[in-house]
Design a protein around this ligand. Structure first.
Ligand code: NDP
Ligand code: MG
Ligand code: MG
Length: 338
């Protein structure tokens, strides 16, 4: 896999472009401020009456309402929640974007699963930073950056790949490394990771461990500490140095238990289940199910969220975290897992 850095990325192609970033949330805030500090011509566009306009007053970024900002833009970066992007595309972008303009995404879902079918005369690319917006901004101001993935879906003017690399560099990605992928690969691996491992897999594992201990008569407080609280320590070690570093740091007893027991949980059957989760992603079955639920006012999502939020692990955890005030409650605005 080839990694490109600032030294081999030419940002000239972005120099005279009028860039419009739509949205000023997690990613929009980071991209627009980094683009401006890198010396590019950038404006933030929001919907009429948007509450976010007040957040922009603290920046020195020019802002405008969506409809007028889009008309003379050379490059539009769509940084809204993924489920709101198709309507905004249809209402504001499709009728108003200049022929030959470029449309950028930070995630491939809407393009790959045909929720947005961009006009054929547009360049379509992706720059996806591998981190939440506040990290994309804070690393940039400290002189480093977050690695970015780039991909091209439509190339009308012949320089869309160059443009994507230039954009990634302008938001700081070229300091850490820019990797080329495709909309398909980014979208499918992103969904698989969150379903099978990071979110679905981990939460199910933690809950099952908690239930096993409490059903055997152990106290919920002990079960919480052993199956959830200490997860952070393990994850931090894996993040810093992979599984080897984690195993190096834990006791020999823990390491022996890990190496002899883990594969009794994650068996060939589990792998089979992972494969079927992956094929539902690849076939578009998951995307269809999710989009249908979005259109149905998230009925299934809300119902599942509600029932899971009442699990005993949540109530006991709330009490225990009160005893540990150094565990700061993070605002729920910036997602680490997107
Ligand atoms: P946010 O939820 O933070 O976006 C919020 C912004 O979108 C606000 O400015 C809000 O303005 C605006 N907005 C919301 N709905 C609409 C609408 N219907 N019309 C106009 N404006 C609207 O998004 P993220 O930054 O989290 O995500 C943006 C993209 O980046 C997504 O494609 C996501 O997948 C991708 N991404 C996100 C990452 C992350 O960590 N968050 C990481 C990597 C990629 P208002 O006040 O008007 O509602
Ligand atoms: Mg222990
Ligand atoms: Mg995701």
């Amino acid at each position: 896999m080839q990694v490109q850095y600032d030294s081999s990325i030419n940002t000239e192609v972005l120099k005279d472009k009028k860039i419009v970033v739509i949205g000023y949330g997690s990613q929009g805030y980071a991209h627009s401020n980094n683009l401006k500090d890198s010396g590019f011509d950038v404006k933030v566009a929001l919907r009429k009456g948007s509450k976010t306009f007040s957040k922009l007053e603290h920046s020195n970024l020019p802002s405008a309402e969506l409809e007028e900002a889009v008309k003379d833009a050379d490059l539009v970066m769509l940084l809204l929640p993924d489920e709101n992007q198709p309507d905004v595309y249809r209402q504001y972008l499709e009728p108003h974007l200049k022929p030959g303009a470029s449309l950028g995404f930070a995630h491939g879902f809407n393009i790959h699963f045909n929720q947005i079918k961009p006009r054929e005369d547009l360049n379509v690319f992706m720059v996806a930073p591998k981190g939440p917006g506040h990290t994309v901004r804070s690393t940039y101001t400290e002189g480093s950056g977050v690695p970015c993935l780039v991909a091209v879906h439509q190339d009308v003017t012949g320089d869309t790949k160059e443009l994507a690399y230039a954009y990634a560099s302008a938001i700081g990605g070229g300091r850490a490394g820019v990797i080329e992928t495709s909309f398909k690969e980014e979208t499918e691996t992103d969904l698989f990771g969150e379903q099978a491992v990071l979110c679905g897999g981990v939460t199910a594992l933690v809950q099952a461990g908690f239930e096993t201990l409490t059903e055997a008569g152990y106290s919920p407080e002990m079960a919480y500490f052993e199956c959830l609280h200490e997860l952070k320590l393990i994850v931090d070690l894996m993040y810093e140095g992979g599984i080897n570093t984690m195993r190096y740091s834990i006791s020999n007893t823990a390491e022996y238990g890990d190496l002899t027991r883990g594969n009794r949980l994650i068996t060939d059957d589990t792998k089979q289940a992972m494969k079927s989760i992956l094929s539902e992603i690849q076939s578009g079955q998951f995307a269809k199910e999710y989009v249908d639920d979005c259109r149905n006012n998230y009925q299934k999502l809300h119902q599942l969220r509600d029932s899971h939020s009442k699990h005993q692990i949540e109530t006991v955890g709330e009490k225990l975290r009160d005893m540990m005030p150094w565990i700061k409650k993070k605002p729920l605005v910036d997602q680490a897992i997107n």
